[in-house]
Design a protein around this ligand. Structure first.
Ligand code: AMP
Length: 479
């Protein structure tokens, strides 16, 4: 039973912004976290992007900051009061956009700083004064060192996606940043898992935190139809064409294991008439944002990406996910397929298995505790001469180094200032919680009953990992 935002007695400017966003009821993380954050207690929350987590911490935080609202133009009247730290530029940008929307009817200012961008516009923004600063750790330290950001009046700090920040190796940066903050403050930590490292971090920096847990989207993709097709390296693109055609799929993510393979595959698919873009760690920040926008707006249909580049993207409800390469890490398989099949919508995850993938498939079987049936895909067309063979270099790049988290992998991009909140053109991606609305019911969801109105499409009951493999009653591709 979800409750309405009206029960919260949010201040009018915040309530107005929430109403304008079209939110009707709170998501589970919001229901649990907002009242606690409103009391100023520390929170240790297990929740991922897509659960409504940003509003869960930012609405109560903004509400508590309202007492500092000021129309003064003096920067001194707008010190940083809340700091939100995130591991990636994309996430920082997304969270900052959301906060700007929630705060739009208040006088509170917000800004975002992340690496890969010119520091100057960020510096100007900071010098004017902002109450809410969203940042990635490395760039924030640059601004602290340059004395652009003064943090001695911070009252709230949010460590968002804390597990990923530790994965990337941000712990020393976080420790330094936290050393600049007043001891007397509220600390909110959100993480997908409560690993021993996360618990240690919480033990060092949180005081008597209230623990809040909601279902992890990745554990709940029971509506994903998972197919494994045997396909030699030279047949993989042909298999993608076949599945897209047979299933009438309009948009999909295609995962590959290497950056080089990513670019090559995208180029080949584009040549073969599919609107495709590539996303990997060697792309500049600007290129990555453009690729993301192009996919969200429907300008491109296929997003070929590496695991690292795909993490943290606010795109989850794609109708299909292809594993062009079987992931090296079985857990990445779960992350990849977690992009599709949400909230009762059917999703399709197709893994293309070549002769040398036996061990990787066995790892997935072990993780999911189920036997994987590798099928043979039937092709409509006669094998086109040359068309799918011309790019024989497009193989699974098995012997290349897989992409790993690198702190400053992306080359510097041209200057780009703080982006004001924008709404992307495709309502499907912006309003994932309005599954009953005609305008946002995607074609691929039409056959299945949508989630109840007001309920997050990302919120699912907790399921065991093995439940991922529950078969779904959908005819096979080659039926
Ligand atoms: P987040 O998990 O914070 O990244 O949020 C994912 C998406 O859910 C964003 O597009 C939010 O605008 C949206 N959202 C957050 N809370 C709600 C809610 N209570 N009702 C409907 N949509 C929401």
């Amino acid at each position: 039973m979800t409750s309405s935002f009206s029960n919260l007695s949010l201040a009018e400017p915040l309530a107005r912004a929430v109403a304008e966003m079209g939110y009707e009821s709170m998501t589970p993380i919001q229901e649990q976290a907002i009242p606690v954050v409103l009391t100023g207690q520390d929170v240790m929350g297990a929740a991922q992007t897509g659960t409504g987590k940003t509003a869960a911490f930012s609405l109560p935080l903004l509400q508590r900051l309202l007492k500092h609202e000021s129309s003064s133009t003096s920067p001194a009247r707008h010190p940083v009061r809340a700091l939100v730290l995130l591991p990636t530029r994309e996430l920082a940008d997304q969270v900052a956009q959301q906060i700007a929307l929630y705060a739009k009817y208040t006088k509170l200012r917000s800004a975002v700083v992340f690496g890969g961008m010119d520091m100057k516009p960020q510096t100007l923004e900071l010098k004017k004064g902002v109450e809410v600063l969203v940042a990635t750790p490395g760039r924030l330290l640059d601004h602290i060192e340059a004395k652009n950001a003064v943090l001695n009046q911070v009252e709230y700090v949010v460590l968002d996606e804390a597990d990923r920040m530790l994965d990337i190796g941000f712990l020393p940066d976080l420790q330094r940043i936290l050393s600049f903050l007043p001891k007397q403050r509220t600390t909110l930590l959100f993480s997908a898992t409560f690993s021993p490292e996360i618990k240690r971090l919480a033990g060092s920096y949180l005081q008597n935190p209230v623990t809040i847990e909601v279902a992890r989207p990745n554990e709940t993709a029971s509506t994903v139809e998972q197919r494994f097709y045997s396909a030699g390296d030279d047949d993989k693109r042909r298999a993608i064409h076949q599945v897209l055609k047979t299933r009438g799929i309009k948009q999909a993510f295609i995962f590959v294991n290497s950056k080089l393979g990513c670019g090559r595959l995208a180029r080949s698919l584009e040549r073969e008439g599919l609107k495709t873009t590539a996303l990997h760690g060697d792309k500049s920040q600007d290129e990555r944002l453009k690729a993301l926008e192009a996919f969200k707006s429907g300008e491109v249909d296929l997003l070929v990406c590496t695991d690292v580049a795909a993490r943290g993207l606010d795109i989850k409800d794609v109708p299909a996910v292809f594993n062009f390469d079987v992931p090296f890490n079985a857990e990445d398989y779960v992350h990849r397929i977690g992009r599709t099949g949400r909230a009762g919508a059917s999703g399709l995850a197709v893994t293309l298995v070549s002769g040398s993938d036996a061990r990787l498939v066995a790892d997935i079987e072990k993780l999911l505790k189920t036997k994987i049936n590798i099928e043979t895909l039937a092709y409509d067309d006669e094998r086109p001469q040359g068309r799918f063979n011309e790019g024989r270099g497009e193989r699974s790049e098995r012997f290349e180094r897989p992409e790993r988290f690198e702190r400053s992998a992306a080359p510097r991009a041209p200057q780009r200032g703080f982006r004001p909140a924008t709404v992307s053109r495709d309502p499907f991606f912006d309003k994932p919680y309005e599954a009953s609305s005609e305008t946002v019911t995607a074609q691929w969801e039409a056959e299945r009953s949508p989630a109840g109105r007001g309920v997050s499409t990302h919120i699912k009951p907790k399921r065991k990992m093995a439940a991922l493999f529950k078969p779904v009653e959908v005819p096979p591709v080659d039926a």
